[in-house]
Design a protein around this ligand. Structure first.
Ligand SMILES: [Zn+2]
Length: 427
């Protein structure tokens, strides 16, 4: 078995690697055998029950303590080493559960958020081949898949080397959270060398995405709102100042558009709303605007914010108004190095479990993968079960596809973590 395992570990991804056909066939036979063992070990009923148990506990962003407690209990019952990390959010300490092979090797992390957007709670239900309810899609369905994968790995004893780290946390969904609990976990070193994230993205492998921030700028003058005929002539018009700011932002947006990635799109500064005044003949005291700023990999969040503040200082000087800003980075940009072993092993396992490799594409939203890239960089793949209705009250996840994702995650862990053992045996 040891020899067979070594063969499996040393075999690289893909049939294009030069090797003898006998050696290659032996490797593939072993890979197929392990894949089959894992496939058979995935327990659909257990997976569904886990998902239902997660969905039935309401966990709006900021309030995910109870569901994290239940999850910690579930994982401890499985015999895993479970830690709780406050990570700046005492009412809902994050869960970190470790499954170790007992042999040296890399750590693959399955990372999940269990908070849901602030919408009315919908209890779990099974409708045909779908699980429905709050978070079924985003992302308790995927979280249950990751838990099932860990159970399968433990039960089959197939993890050849390294460790699997399962993490679950709160404070993901903006504007109620900005990923600050995960950021703290990463800064505290509660991370793997590579990450899988079972968010609802199924049909392609996201390789690049823009970072995003929201901003709200307020321009003010000192005096109170007053009838226009009584207005102090030495105080600036905040509406005119808002106009100056809009002009500056539009010109800046045109320059930013020159920074463009064929997959992710262009950088931008976007104005979503502007407000000032109450009635037609009042001289208002404030004008405020709100919008977003999106940027490509390579730019750091601190630099992006500083650049924005410099422009605002110039507008303040030019218009004589006081300008303040609330600038919230939602997530860093995202980039995936396609040569990383995580990607090659994931695609190989995807081919085995899904029939073909995933095509490449952009990441349409920001997710935790952006934080792993921004604070690492740690490679992270977003791939979860077929699901829909995220950020609505009509969420669903496909049960057949949840079974597939649990299998894929377990197989990827075997292949990815096994590479470390192959390297250490070779030296
Ligand atoms: Zn999500």
């Amino acid at each position: 078995m040891r020899q067979v395992l070594a063969l499996l570990l040393e075999q690289d991804a893909g049939p294009t690697r030069p090797c003898s056909s006998r050696w290659y066939n032996a490797c593939m036979d072993t890979f197929d055998a392990i894949a089959e063992t894992l496939r058979r070990a995935v327990n659909r009923e257990r997976l569904l029950e886990t998902a239902v148990q997660l969905v039935e506990i309401p966990s709006r962003t900021g309030e995910a303590g109870a569901v994290l407690d239940r999850m910690a209990g579930m994982l401890a019952d499985e015999g895993l080493t479970v830690e709780r990390h406050v990570a700046g959010h005492p009412s809902a300490p994050a869960v970190a559960a470790w499954l170790s092979s007992g042999r040296p090797g890399p750590t693959l992390q399955f990372n999940c958020h269990v908070d849901t957007v602030h919408l009315p709670f919908v209890p779990p239900a099974v409708q045909g081949k779908r699980l429905t309810g709050s978070g079924a899609c985003d992302m308790k369905g995927g979280t249950a898949c990751a838990i099932e994968a860990v159970r399968v790995l433990r039960q089959t004893g197939t993890l050849p080397a390294g460790r699997v780290l399962f993490t679950a946390h709160d404070l993901h969904e903006a504007p109620w959270g900005y990923g600050e609990q995960l950021d703290q976990l990463i800064r505290d070193g509660v991370v793997g060398e590579a990450v899988l994230i079972p968010e609802p993205l199924t049909d392609y492998l996201p390789t690049v995405g823009r970072g995003s921030a929201t901003w709200k700028v307020t321009l003010s003058r000192p005096g109170l709102p007053i009838h226009e005929v009584m207005r102090p002539l030495d105080e600036p018009s905040v509406i005119a100042a808002g106009g100056v700011l809009i002009e500056r932002l539009m010109a800046w947006n045109a320059r930013l558009a020159e920074r463009c990635d064929p997959q992710a799109g262009q950088e931008s500064v976007f104005i979503g709303q502007i407000h000032s005044g109450e009635i037609f003949n009042q001289y208002p005291q404030q004008c405020w605007l709100e919008g977003t700023r999106r940027w490509l990999p390579g730019g750091k969040r601190d630099e992006v914010e500083r650049e924005f503040r410099v422009l605002l200082d110039e507008v303040a000087r030019q218009t004589g108004t006081t300008v303040t800003v609330e600038f919230h980075c939602i997530r860093d940009p995202f980039y995936l190095d396609l040569t990383h072993p995580l990607v090659t092993t994931f695609q190989e396992c995807q081919r085995r479990t899904g029939g073909s490799e995933l095509p490449l594409g952009p990441k349409p939203f920001v997710d935790d993968g952006n934080s792993f890239y921004g604070l690492g960089p740690i490679p992270a793949i977003t791939h979860g079960p077929r699901a829909g209705g995220q950020h609505t009250i009509d969420e669903w996840a496909d049960l057949d596809d949840m079974v597939r994702v649990a299998w894929l995650y377990a197989l990827t862990a075997v292949r990815y973590c096994g590479r470390g053992a192959a390297e250490s045996e070779a030296t």
